[in-house]
Design a binder for this molecule. Structure first.
Ligand code: BES
Ligand code: MN
Ligand code: ZN
Length: 506
């Protein structure tokens, strides 16, 4: 989508969208009186019918009279709010893109003048950012033409703002995030017969074009390094496991220790010998969503040329079922040296991660490690789909991640980890059990007790995002399907690491 910023429309636009407040007043400083009156009447009619109550996202449309600069005028309600912040503006932009798409408009202008009380110089950038986030679709191998009732994608958007220069500069600086988020969504939406460890690596190789170093270890190298936990997970699949390492070396001091994001990259999770039920297997092409988020964060860091070292380690494997699959009761020794008794082959995420976190610490000398992935369904049961779980014994790191999540509209909720959980994990035949036999709900707290052996003394946190990788309905900033959750949060965290004192706005 092409985005332009202007103080006034230079030529006719097919559609013009303006804001409406919770009382139905038009928030536009540039409409002429006749059009204002037309829109006002339409709002009155909608109020009368009960279709306009002042709630965020309600819209009123009119066909403009002949001779107007627009053929269609759309009023979109921003709701009854005292303060308009950047998250609300993004939601507004997303709602605008969705509505314009439903109406079949591919080209439109949004009037931001008057939307926020004293129009903030950044308002138009945030509205455009939200519109771009929402303006996504994934159709892959579908050749059937869209039905007239289906939403179209916007191709061109003009933002009308009195602050066009500042807004445009900010938009250009934050829009690197959009490409990264959309890329993560694409990876997650890609069918698992197309995206598997080798093809994931092939795709990632194109990141060298933006200055990212790409390295990928194959099964033999994993074997040499003793990464038996990751190898065990991949053993039942015809697709061989890989470890993908992406590095953005932006720091002036090349010896600066990198921030390393370790993202779970299970390209499909059948559950293995402890096979999943049909219902739970449905979304399992998304079991690499943590890996996609880690990749996206490095991608946007490179796009923004952040002056720090940021890296991603993505353990890639398919958890499949076959005669060579690992099984319950197997004992494996992870690269960090602990032996683990396998209890359940569907608890594969912690095995993939334990070796990848070890690699980040022992082979990359990470300064900070943030793990992310769809590791345990207990995350969905505990928090639902509006928060991801956050685990860390490092209060400072937990606080910084929570703030980044807040700014990125990807909220985290901290959950416990402590040695109280340890006794439940003792195995008779190995150092540890892979999962506790006693609880399901606190699975995230337990798996932290295994992973900590890999992270050792490096500041480390885990983000549990099971259930957040897909949305089963359209949201204001994401159509139904893969969300790209975590991409923006980790991108924001990288940015905060690079510029610790700046305001945490985008
Ligand atoms: N990939 C799943 C977790 C998951 C569940 C993600 C639902 C998204 C939606 C993970 O590998 C898994 O299967 N975990 C098990 C752990 C259990 C055996 C302790 C689970 O959640 O059932
Ligand atoms: Mn599993
Ligand atoms: Zn899994």
């Amino acid at each position: 989508m092409q985005v332009k910023f202007a103080t006034a429309l230079e030529r006719q636009a097919p559609a013009l969208l303006v804001g409406i407040d919770g009382h139905g007043n038009t928030l536009s400083a540039s409409l002429d009186n006749a059009l204002l009156e037309l829109l006002r009447c339409a709002v009155e009619v909608h109020k009368f019918c009960g279709r306009f109550t002042g709630k965020f996202g309600q819209s009123v449309e009119v066909i403009a009279p002949p001779g107007s600069d627009y053929r269609r005028l759309i009023g979109l309600c921003i709701g009854a709010v005292d303060a308009v912040d950047h998250k609300l503006l993004e939601k507004f932009g997303g709602a605008a893109a969705a509505r314009l798409g439903q109406l079949g408009e591919r080209e439109a202008a949004i009037d931001v003048k008057g939307l926020s009380e004293s129009e903030s110089p950044h308002a138009a950038a945030h509205v455009a950012f939200g519109a771009a986030l929402r303006n996504y679709s994934y159709t892959f191998a579908r050749s059937r033409q869209p039905e007239p009732s289906e939403a179209v994608k916007l191709l061109a958007l003009t933002m009308i703002t009195s602050q066009s220069v500042t807004a445009e500069a900010l938009y250009r600086s934050i829009s690197v995030q959009i490409g990264a988020i959309h890329y993560a969504r694409d990876l997650i939406n890609t069918p698992p017969n197309v995206l598997y460890p080798d093809t994931f690596v092939d795709l990632a190789k194109s990141l060298v074009d933006i200055g990212i170093e790409v390295e990928a270890l194959g099964p033999e190298q994993l074997q040499e390094l003793g990464m038996n936990a990751l190898l065990a997970v991949g053993r039942g699949s015809a697709f061989r496991p890989r470890l993908l390492v992406l590095r953005w070396n932006g720091a002036n001091d090349p010896t600066e220790k990198p921030v390393v994001f370790v993202g779970k990259g299970i390209t499909f999770d059948t559950g293995g010998i402890n096979l999943k039920t049909t219902e739970w297997m449905k979304g399992m092409k998304g079991d690499m969503a943590g890996g996609a988020a880690a990749l996206a964060a490095v991608m946007s860091s490179a796009g923004a040329k952040l002056p720090i070292n940021v890296a991603a380690v993505i353990p890639l494997a398919e958890n499949a079922i076959s005669g060579s699959a690992y099984r319950p009761s197997d004992v494996i020794v992870a690269a960090c040296g602990i032996s683990i008794e396998i209890m359940h082959t569907d608890a594969e995420g912690r095995l993939a991660l334990i070796d990848a976190i070890w690699y980040a610490r022992a082979k990359m000398e990470a300064g900070t490690i943030v793990g992310i992935g769809t590791i345990t369904g207990s995350g969905i049961f505990g928090l639902g789909r509006h928060y991801a779980g956050l685990y860390s014994s490092d209060d400072d790191l937990a606080e910084r991640l929570t703030q980044a999540g807040d700014a990125a509209a990807e909220s985290l909720w901290r959950l416990p980890t402590s040695d109280k959980y340890d006794d439940d994990l003792l195995s008779n035949v190995a150092d540890y059990l892979q999962i506790t036999p006693f609880e399901f709900g606190a699975d995230g707290s337990y798996l932290m007790r295994l992973l900590r052996h890999a992270a050792a003394d490096v500041p480390w946190a885990q983000i549990e995002m099971a259930g957040l990788e897909f949305t089963d309905r359209d949201t204001f900033t994401c159509p139904k399907g893969a969300t790209g959750f975590g991409s923006r949060l980790l991108g924001q965290f990288s940015k905060d690491c690079a510029h610790p004192s700046e305001c945490k706005e985008v």
